[in-house]
Write a protein that binds this ligand. Sequence first.
Ligand code: ADP
Length: 357
Amino acid sequence: MAQLSLRHIDKIYDNKVQAVYDFNMEVKDGEFIVLVGPSGCGKSTTLRMIAGLEDITNGQLLLDGKDITSAPPKDRDMAMVFQNYALYGHMTVYENMAFSLTLRKEDPNVIHKKVLAAAEILDLTSQLNKKPSQLSGGQRQRVAMGRSIVRSPKLFLFDEPLSNLDAKLRSSTRREILLLHKRLGATMLYVTHDQTEALTLADRIVCMSMGRVQQIGTPLELYDTPANLFVASFIGLPPMNFFQVLVSGDELFAPHFTVQMTPELKQLLSEYQGKHVTMGVRPENVVENGTVPVLVNDNENLGMNTLVHGHIGEGADNRITCKFKGWCDYKKGDVVNVSFTKMHFFDQETGNRIVKA
Ligand code: ADP
């Protein structure tokens, strides 16, 4: 069992920088939570407060109902895996994995069993006698995870564990972490600035910006119904396109195109008649048959899809990226008439998603 409650947690560093504001969350037993956001948004600070490596300025932290707000790291029963996995070079894989248990003076038979079990889970059984220098980056990362697994902690904390790996290895190690989560059934908190890692790994994502939680939800919730402009632009690659549109009568007016509103959309935006809202359209929700003219700048073939970057009329505000199915061969200067299959709307003052009243 490992249930974590974060209640009204603030972090103010000694230099008066407030890194985290009023963080609230209930992490369920066995959940894989990913904290995601740009550099400096407070995600590592949050993880470090959970680990006990930073003091919590205000608020309360509970593990399985027990208040651990001020408990020292060693009493928290958590294991942290860093991007810089710092294995002991003079020790074998086996010794690296056994190290923390040896320090705790556990029974050598128990240590042996635990190391073998962890090696089995991580597919490291044949590597146990090697030194870290004889391993690949991905294998070293697995040994670092093995050191945590042997301790059977209540909670695993990962701080950007894949950022030192190249793109290919990142994707395979990502899948290994997912498998590991399934096998162990353990509660895991994982920090990354990479929205792809968040979407592929998380049961629930916590998206942060400037020390504040912007949205907590499943990957699909954040992708399909982003709570505000920040989440809408951060989650999804290539990012969502945004346009300023005027809500007027049955139509939405952008500088160089109009969109006819359905009765449902008119109802959703009824409070905004005569006002501007921000309309968001994901690249894959732009399709080739329509009436909105996109002037093509460039055509990027990805194999299964083609990204077409262009403008709707003049001006930097009207840039658009379209993700069309299949292979397209548009040239600079071509005009593609598009339509939008799904649109998102945000209040211009608050940046919040406009939802049904
Ligand atoms: P992230 O992990 O999202 O990149 P951090 O949690 O590391 O962000 O940092 C959040 C904010 O706190 C940043 O403004 C950073 O400069 C500041 N910060 C981080 N560590 C310290 C520290 N030890 N002392 C003062 N400010 C810090």
